[in-house]
Design a protein around this ligand. Structure first.
Ligand SMILES: Cc1ncc(COP(=O)(O)O)c(C=O)c1O
Length: 359
């Protein structure tokens, strides 16, 4: 028998979120971002579930393509970091890869191959930097690049950018970035891609030919402070159970380093999940979890395989009581905020040893 700890992956919620996000921009096509194992939800699972709706999938680098192709996924796959090595370009056709080219070295590699008739001049994406300063060519170099890489730059090449502050709906920097990008591209290129989840929701002018949608599909608000109320359904629920219970007296402490001391007689529940499963080790005292739907608070340090909660105020807790760490009834962003991170990080960190159960 295995331990009960597992993550449920709700495929109906995934489909629902896809429809909800598509409704914000009905004339755009959606790239479903499945990098980092679909943010921990399972890249193959997500791609299989959405393959009849999604126009394209996106991963970060080529290694993430193989798993999807081995599983029989046939849609084009956008590789967001482009080729890291020239020899990766050889696999463009075989793996039906769409490269997001963001540095001149990559433009050279691909331009050369198009010239030699090894690959087609269609289907490439070129990324420009509009203020994120992480990846992308500079807008002021557009004319020179357009002249130097004629095989890549043509009217149907997808011109893309990624916004630094789309998750802050009040921040004017996003509109400025969109306008700068459009002032260079709008009359020259018919295919554009700007929006991620947040931009698709709160910046309608950024929804163009293609949106690149990740976190919202997995049911988590892309807005840290949930400023925009959107109806999304959590896809992942992280579950465990109580494996030990004890009463301790006032003055006794709990866990490694004895970092929490009971101020009164307390009931402590030990739960079978820890940082080796992806639960954040720096979760502070007071982080909530639901015990059969009732809130208990984390006490003591997070261990590798276990957590300890004060459940003194919960009427009925016993060995075997089911625990929700996050999911349908406890939003992942609530935990993320407590821990000082974002839902993206919590989801992607749920480790391999936590079985994913599809519902
Ligand atoms: C270039 C790019 N586009 C789109 C996305 C998807 O963003 P989100 O998950 O916020 O929708 C990401 C995610 O990090 C990204 O790096």
């Amino acid at each position: 028998m295995a331990r009960y700890t597992h993550a449920t992956i709700d495929l109906n919620a995934l489909k629902y979120n896809f429809m909800a996000m598509s409704r914000f921009s009905p004339s755009s096509k959606q790239v479903v971002v499945v990098k980092a194992d679909a943010y921990g939800n399972g890249a193959v699972t997500v791609a299989k579930c959405l393959q009849s709706q999604a126009d394209m999938f996106a991963v970060a680098f080529i290694d993430e393509v193989f798993e999807l192709r081995d599983a029989g996924i046939t849609q084009p796959i956008l590789v967001l970091q482009g080729p890291h090595e020239e020899r990766e370009c050889e696999l463009t056709k075989t793996l039906n890869i769409v490269w997001m080219l963001h540095v001149e070295q990559q433009l050279n590699w691909i331009n050369k191959r198009i010239q030699n008739n090894e690959i087609s001049n269609l289907h490439h994406w070129v990324k420009f930097d509009t203020g994120m300063h992480r990846l992308g060519l500079m807008l002021e170099d557009y004319d020179r690049l357009n002249a130097d890489y004629t095989h890549i730059f043509h009217p149907t090449t997808v011109m893309a950018t990624h916004l630094a502050t789309a998750d802050e709906p009040e921040n004017k920097a996003s509109s400025t970035a969109v306008n700068q990008f459009l002032s260079v591209m709008a009359d020259r290129h018919s295919c554009l891609s700007i929006a991620n989840s947040a931009a698709n929701i709160c910046l309608p002018e950024s929804a163009k030919t293609w949106n690149r949608i990740g976190i919202s599909l997995y049911g988590s608000s892309p807005f840290e402070n949930n400023e925009m109320s959107i109806s999304l359904k959590p896809v992942m629920q992280l579950n465990s159970e109580v494996i030990a219970l004890r009463e301790i007296a006032a003055g006794e402490s709990v866990g490694y380093g004895a970092t929490w001391t009971a101020s009164k007689r307390s009931v402590i529940a030990t739960v079978a999940i820890g940082y080796a499963d992806g639960y954040p080790r720096h979760a502070p005292i007071g982080t909530p979890a639901l015990f059969d739907g009732v809130v208990g608070e984390l006490v003591g340090r997070v261990s590798m395989d276990m957590l300890t909660f004060d459940v003194s105020n919960i009427e009925k807790v016993e060995i075997g009581t089911k625990v929700e760490l996050w999911g349908n009834n406890l939003a992942i962003n609530v935990i993320a905020k407590q821990v000082g991170t974002i839902g993206y990080e919590l989801m992607t960190r749920v480790s391999k040893r936590v079985p994913r159960k599809l519902i």
